[in-house]
Design a protein around this ligand. Structure first.
Ligand code: MIG
Length: 634
């Protein structure tokens, strides 16, 4: 059961698609008070209660004991003491004896103090008085999720091939680099479905352009790759380069489609292309305009995209940079003491994604000027919706692959997300795992992290263990940053191990895709914490290194270096299935704590003792999966 409470005049976010009759906020059945501009809700926690939710966020599945902030952030250090990542997913469940969920539909900053200041209290601070709150009741967390997901609408389903293995890097700058990747995989006989085009494919980082010198006859090239079964997936950034003669910028400027400053002039911020205009995605006509530009690439045969930098990430604003440079010049020749030196350093470091810049940006909503801070958390979501809605209209559902970095609930109907710039750290295997059920609760089913880790150098064993988790994530993409060790599977010794892991993915794709579709259609989670399924089992309730997958399975990746396996908790008797290339070994195991051995080329999987799942012969492309080879395992 869902009840809606409205305070003031909320800004439309389009997160909720079902109609609910709103009650006045005074009737909200949760303790609350107002402090200045802020609306504060207090909810009691019992010792045993678990708090789930917040989608893409740092730390654990149980959110207790930390303070989070809904504020889409471009922060490449996903350490455990951070409060925000790229998405703002304002849904939590208090799994108490009488569980309930709360969704705060509010596009500006929210602070979630979940037992951080007071162990037995959740304190939610909404930073102004215009919002909708939905209180969702149900007998279990799973029921609450289902009810909530029903309210926000069916999750995006990508094309089938988007479940294939994908290779990315910042960047494969030209055709030769892309061909080398395809060749590398071919020679190592490792399956591959997509190769990504990061920012360098563009002409001077201009959205919707392709550098002719790097990719001559792009359309033919895309077709040639398609014939080999490879999809090329270009990146699109939020900022539009300010450049004379660049049609998209000129058109946007002429029509007044970019964000403004309070004096009505255009806001200018620097990103990869240098100074950019930022499309005002709050306006429908701007969304339609920007969305239709993807056509420049779909007409060349492109059928997948990733939207980046849409929090939005802004390296500097013209004003901010000007001030910083003035400060630097004024200090020239001085003997800088510590405070002056660090002050100067901080001035430059503080240029990126600065609160002052965000505060200086204005959107036009229903003819009124609205400060960016009030709608920050839907900026990226609206960029992605502009693309997603265009694709659905033009090509129908399930045709174009689309995922975004920044997001808000609602964007889950037309796109997936990836978890941004993680690190080649062992701890980030677990962070990836933990975000899956939280993202699923909020409707984001097509998601995944950069396998092998984005920032810094990856060790071979880390990539293998990361991939073994990635075998199960809808988005299975290996991506790494400029300047880091090359992370393509064929660049490591003994490529057979990588082949063994990725082949397992292809053997499971029909099952994973069906499980995914079911979760979308039935408003369910593809991945659940063990505590959802075994709420009275003490160990299962605390387990955050394993997940339930679909109705049949449990996954338990190895997440530490220099180990031959891991301990795993079985909440009931299950069959341990070890998968490696063509090999399948099964072993019945009893409920309880067990140690399992898992070699670097093996994927561990548990299947409930009364269930089975289908598996097929390995294939090099999704189109080559031979469904007549179906076998049931478990
Ligand atoms: O400032 O396009 O998260 O995946 O490779 C970095 C370059 C911009 C951030 C994305 C990352 C991508 C990178 N981008």
């Amino acid at each position: 059961m869902i009840k809606k409470y409205t305070s003031g005049k909320p800004i439309e976010t389009e997160a909720v698609v079902k109609e609910y009759k709103a009650k006045p906020i005074e009737e909200l059945p949760l303790k609350n008070h107002t402090e200045g501009e802020h609306f504060i809700i207090e909810m009691e926690l019992q010792k045993e209660d678990i708090v789930y939710g917040l989608g893409e966020a740092p730390r654990g599945i149980n959110k207790r004991g930390w303070v989070y902030e809904s504020f889409c952030s471009d922060d490449p250090f996903h350490t455990e003491t951070k409060s925000s990542l790229y998405g703002a997913h304002n849904f939590i469940i208090i799994a108490s004896e009488k569980p309930y969920g709360i969704f705060i539909d509010f596009p500006s900053k929210i602070r979630w103090d979940i037992g951080y200041s007071k162990e037995s209290e959740v304190q939610i601070t909404i930073t102004n008085q215009n919002f909708d709150i939905y209180v969702i009741e149900g007998s279990t967390p799973a029921e609450i999720v289902k009810e909530f997901r029903g309210a926000i609408g069916e999750s995006y389903i990508p094309p089938y091939w988007a479940f294939g293995y994908q290779q990315s890097r910042w960047s494969y700058p030209d055709k030769n680099a892309v061909d080398k990747v395809i060749e590398g995989y071919k020679e190592a006989e490792i399956p591959l479905e997509c190769v990504y085009l990061d920012i360098d494919y563009m002409d001077s980082y201009k959205d919707f352009t392709v550098d002719e010198a790097k990719f001559p006859d792009f359309k033919e090239y895309v077709a040639e790759k398609k014939a080999e079964g490879i999809h090329l997936i270009p990146i699109i950034d939020a900022g539009v380069k300010k450049a004379e003669g660049y049609e998209i910028y000129e058109e946007g400027k002429e029509k007044g489609y970019f964000c403004k400053k309070s004096d009505g002039s255009e806001f200018e911020g620097g990103v990869w292309p240098g100074i950019c205009g930022f499309p005002d995605f709050m306006r429908k006509e701007v969304r339609e305009w920007f969305g239709s530009k993807y056509k420049l690439l779909t007409e060349a045969g492109i059928d997948g995209f990733w939207n980046d930098m849409n929090e939005p990430a802004i390296f500097y604003s013209t004003e901010g940079l000007e001030k910083a440079l003035e400060k630097a010049v004024s200090l020239k020749g001085e003997n800088l003491d510590l405070s002056k030196f660090f002050g100067l350093k901080d001035t430059f470091l503080g240029l990126s994604n600065s609160p002052e810049d965000y505060a200086s940006i204005y959107h036009t909503i229903n003819g009124e000027q609205v400060c960016h801070n009030l709608v920050h958390n839907i900026y990226g979501a609206n960029m992605t919706k502009s693309a997603g809605e265009y694709f659905e209209k033009e090509y129908g559902k399930e045709k174009i692959l689309m995922f975004s970095r920044a997001s808000y609930i609602g964007a889950h109907r037309t796109s997936g997300i990836w978890f941004g710039d993680n690190h080649s750290w062992w701890s980030h295997i677990l962070l990836n795992l933990k975000m899956l059920p939280s993202a699923n609760m909020c409707g984001f089913l097509y998601c995944g992290a950069d396998l092998g880790g984005f920032n810094e150098n990856a060790s071979r064993d880390l990539v293998l263990r990361f991939l073994a988790l990635g075998v199960f994530t809808p988005l299975m993409r290996n991506h790494s940053a400029l300047g880091t060790r090359e992370q393509e599977c064929y660049n490591f010794e003994n490529t057979k191990d990588f082949k063994d892991i990725i082949e397992v993915r292809y053997r499971l794709i029909p099952y994973l895709y069906e499980t995914f579709k079911k979760a979308s259609k039935n408003n369910e989670m593809m991945f659940r914490p063990l505590s959802f399924d075994y709420p009275h089992d003490k160990i299962a309730r605390e387990c955050e290194t394993q997940l339930m997958l679909g109705e049949e399975c449990m996954i338990c990746p190895v997440y530490e270096q220099n180990v031959n396996g891991r301990t795993v908790y079985l909440p009931e008797d299950m069959t341990y299935v070890k998968l490696s290339g063509k090999e399948i070994t099964t072993k019945k195991m009893k409920k309880g704590i067990n140690y399992i051995e898992v070699a670097l080329n093996e994927v561990p999987l548990f299947i409930k003792s009364d269930k089975q799942i289908p598996i097929y012969a390995p294939a090099m492309r999704t189109t080559q999966i031979d469904t007549t080879t179906k076998e049931m395992i478990g």
